[in-house]
Design a protein around this ligand. Structure first.
Ligand SMILES: [Zn+2]
Length: 122
């Protein structure tokens, strides 16, 4: 399974949900949200938190970047525009993020924005 492609397809869709049910929400009480890091391979969460459209519309303090590299495995992962815009609006919003190769959520300090030497979350 090309998980990277899958992730990209999932998250590049504009609709709120995809065929496997992964979606983004701006409701922190959504029961499908999971928090923290993984120490062994897992699946993507059912739901990912993002800032609301209104909050993201207030302006970005970083460029909107759609992929990052996991330093541990040197593989890039793509994310949805909503998540990319949330990083651009509030770079420290997330404490951990998903690597499509390791299939784990890892601390954002382990990731670089693709094409740069800038650490995610900086
Ligand atoms: Zn990785």
């Amino acid at each position: 399974m090309d998980f990277k492609k899958l992730l990209s397809n999932f998250f590049s869709r504009n609709s709120k949900t995809n065929k496997k049910g992964t979606y983004v929400t701006s409701d922190p009480s959504d029961k499908n949200l999971r928090w923290g890091v993984d120490n062994q391979p897992t699946q993507m969460n059912k739901a990912y938190i993002v800032l609301s459209k209104e909050e993201r519309a207030k302006g970005f303090v970083r460029p909107v970047r759609l992929s990052y590299i996991h330093k541990t495995c040197n593989t890039s992962t793509f994310m949805s525009r909503e998540i990319a815009e949330t990083y651009a609006r509030d770079p420290k919003y997330y404490g951990s993020t998903f690597c499509s190769n390791c299939q784990m959520h890892r601390p954002i300090s382990e990731f670089l924005w693709e094409g740069s030497d800038e650490t995610v979350g900086s």
